[in-house]
Ligand binder design. Structure first.
Ligand SMILES: *[C@@H]1O[C@H](CO)[C@@H](O)[C@H](O)[C@H]1NC(C)=O
Length: 492
C-alpha cells in the first residue's frame, strides 16, 4: 500500500468522524478550548477557574483563537464554522498522526486498518480536546523516536515534540519517562552527551517559549506547568472531580477504551513476555504501558480520556501482532478476524458518537435561534451539572447566561459546597437566594427531565417549548434522558 493511499483512507475516516460524532464526551472539549478562544477573539464568554489560576497553557486555545480571528476578519464567523472549523483542523492533525502510526508500524495493511477502526480514536480523534492533541502528538513523536533496529536516525525531532507535550499537558509526558530512559541507554552517544547536547537545550527552549507566551496572554509571569502540577497533584484538586478505586483502569478504563481490541492486546502481551529476548522494543512499549497505567492508577481521579496517550502504544503492538499472525494464517481466518474487529469497533463507535449524550449539544441550536430572535430579553439559565453544555462558542450571540458553577474549594473554606451541589440539595432554596419573588427571572430554563419534579414550583411560571433526546443511559441521577427548555410565560 502506498503512503498516499494510506493517508487518504485515514484522512477520510477522520473527516467523517467530524460530521458523524455529534455527542458530548467531557466538558473540557469546549471549556478548555473553544470557549477560551471565543472569549479571546470575540471578547465575551466565560473562563473557568483553570484560566484565572493559570494552570493551563494557552498554546492549544491560541491555535483555535488564530483560526477564529481569521474567520472574524473575513466575515465568515458563522456558528457552523466556529464549531466545525477547529474539529476539521484537529482531524487533519489526527490523520497526519495516523500516517505516522502507519509508518511506525511498518507500513502494513493491519497498521492502517487497526488505527482506522479503533472506536475510541474515532470517537475522540476529531474533538477539540487537549487529550486528543496529546494523543496525536504522542503518536507523531513515537514515529520519530529512534527505535533500535529501525533505519530512522533523526535523533532530535521526537525530543522537540515531547517537550511540547510536556508544556501543554504535564501528566501525559509520563509516558515518555521509560522511553527517554531507554533512549539514553541504547543510544550510541553517551547518556551525558545526549542530555547536555539534546535534552537540555531543546527542553529549555520549549519551556522558555511557553513561559513567554503564557505570561504574555495571562498578563503576569506564570509557569503553567508548575501551577498545573501544584493544583492537580500536590493540592489534589483533581479528586474534587471524583475518586475511583485503584483498579479502575484495569476493570473499566482499558476494557472500555480497547473493546474488542483487548483480545489482540492480551495475546501480544503473552507472546512478547514469553519471547522477550527477541522483542525488546515491544517489551519496552509494554513496560511503558504498565508504568503509565500504574502511575495513573495511583492518582485518585481517573478518566477514560487519560488513556489516550498510551492508546497508540497499545494499538501499535497489537497491529504488529496481527500482521505477524496473518502472514501464517489462512485467508478465511484473516477475513473473519478483520470483520470481527470491524464490527466490534463499529458498534460502540456508532452508539457513542451518534446516540449517547447528544442532547446537550443539540439543545444549543434552538437556544441560538431564541437568542438571535431577541438578544436583549433573552437570559438562559442552565440548571444542570456544571458545564454540561458548551456555551458561547455554540451560541455566538452575546446574551445573558447563567449556569451552576462547580469551582473546587480553592481557598480552602471548611465545609465548602459548590454551587451545583448546593442547588441539588435544595433547588427551591437556591432559587430564593438568587432570584427575587417579583421578577427578574431568566427567560429560559434548560434542564434535564429528571430535575422537573424537584423544581415544579419554579416551573409553574414557565412552559415547555423543547424536549430533546439526550441518552437512554444517564450517567448519574443529575442527568436525564431528555434535555428540556422551558420558557417564561409572561414574555409571550
Ligand atoms: C456582552 O454583553 C455584556 C452584558 O450585556 C456587556 O457588558 C459586554 O460589553 C458585551 N460584550 C460585547 C463584546 O459585546
Amino acid at each position: 500500500m502506498k503512503n498516499l493511499d494510506a493517508f487518504l483512507i485515514l484522512l477520510a475516516v477522520r473527516l467523517a468522524s467530524v460530521f458523524i460524532v455529534q455527542t458530548s464526551f467531557v466538558p473540557d472539549e469546549y471549556w478548555q478550548s473553544l470557549e477560551v478562544a471565543h472569549n479571546i477573539v470575540f471578547k465575551y464568554g466565560y473562563l473557568t477557574w483553570e484560566w484565572s489560576k493559570g494552570i493551563r497553557s494557552y498554546i492549544p486555545p491560541l491555535v483555535v483563537a488564530a483560526f477564529y480571528k481569521i474567520l472574524q476578519i473575513i466575515g465568515l464567523d458563522t456558528v457552523t464554522n466556529l464549531i466545525y472549523g477547529p474539529r476539521i483542523l484537529q482531524a487533519f492533525l489526527s490523520s497526519y498522526s495516523d500516517l505516522c502510526f502507519y509508518k511506525w508500524s511498518g507500513c502494513t495493511k493491519w497498521g492502517v486498518f487497526y488505527i482506522a477502526t479503533s472506536w475510541f480514536w474515532f470517537y475522540t480523534g476529531s474533538r477539540t480536546l487537549i487529550n486528543t492533541l496529546e494523543c496525536a502528538l504522542t503518536t507523531i513523536a513515537l514515529s520519530k523516536y529512534p527505535w533500535p533496529g529501525s533505519a530512522a536516525d533523526d535523533k532530535s525531532t521526537f525530543i522537540w515534540i515531547v517537550a511540547l507535550i510536556f508544556v501543554i499537558r504535564p501528566t501525559s509526558a509520563l509516558v515518555w519517562v521509560p522511553l527517554v530512559i531507554y533512549h539514553l541507554a541504547v543510544n550510541k552517544e553517551s547518556p551525558l552527551d545526549t542530555i547536555v547536547n539534546r535534552y537540555v537545550p531543546i527542553g529549555a527552549s520549549v519551556l522558555f517559549l511557553s513561559i513567554l507566551l503564557d505570561s504574555l496572554v495571562h498578563g503576569y509571569f506564570v509557569v503553567t506547568v508548575y501551577e498545573f502540577l501544584k493544583f492537580n497533584i500536590l493540592e489534589d484538586v483533581a479528586s474534587f472531580y471524583g475518586v475511583q478505586p485503584w483498579y479502575w483502569y484495569l476493570s473499566a478504563g482499558l476494557p472500555a477504551v480497547l473493546g474488542i481490541g483487548m483480545v489482540p492486546f492480551v495475546l501480544v502481551t503473552i507472546v512478547v513476555v514469553k519471547n522477550r529476548q527477541i522483542h525488546q522494543n515491544e517489551l519496552v512499549i509494554l513496560g511503558t504501558v504498565v508504568f503509565s497505567v500504574l502511575v495513573y492508577s495511583c492518582l485518585p481521579h481517573k478518566e477514560f480520556r487519560f488513556l489516550l496517550p498510551i492508546l497508540p502504544l497499545i494499538l501499535h503492538v497489537s497491529s504488529r501482532y496481527l500482521s505477524a499472525w496473518s502472514r501464517k494464517a489462512n485467508s478465511l481466518h484473516i477475513w473473519i478476524a478483520a470483520i470481527v474487529i470491524l464490527i466490534g469497533n463499529a458498534v460502540p463507535a456508532w452508539y457513542f458518537s451518534v446516540v449517547h449524550q447528544r442532547g446537550t449539544l443539540d439543545v444549543m441550536y434552538p437556544l441560538r435561534e431564541i437568542a438571535l430572535e431577541n438578544p436583549k430579553n433573552t437570559s438562559l439559565l442552565f440548571l444542570m451539572p456544571c458545564h454540561s453544555t458548551p456555551l458561547y462558542s455554540y451560541l455566538h450571540v452575546n446574551v445573558t447566561t447563567r449556569f451552576l458553577t462547580c469551582t473546587p474549594n480553592l481557598s480552602k473554606v471548611s465545609g465548602y459546597v459548590d454551587e451545583a451541589d448546593m442547588f441539588y440539595r435544595n433547588p427551591s432554596r437556591w432559587w430564593q437566594q438568587n432570584y427575587s419573588p417579583t421578577g427578574g427571572w431568566p427567560s429560559h430554563i434548560i434542564s434535564f427531565d429528571s430535575l422537573v419534579p424537584s423544581i415544579s414550583d419554579i416551573l409553574s411560571r414557565y412552559k415547555l417549548t423543547h424536549q430533546i433526546y439526550h441518552t437512554s443511559i444517564p450517567e448519574s441521577t443529575r442527568v436525564g434522558r431528555y434535555v428540556l427548555v422551558h420558557e417564561r410565560i409572561d414574555i409571550l
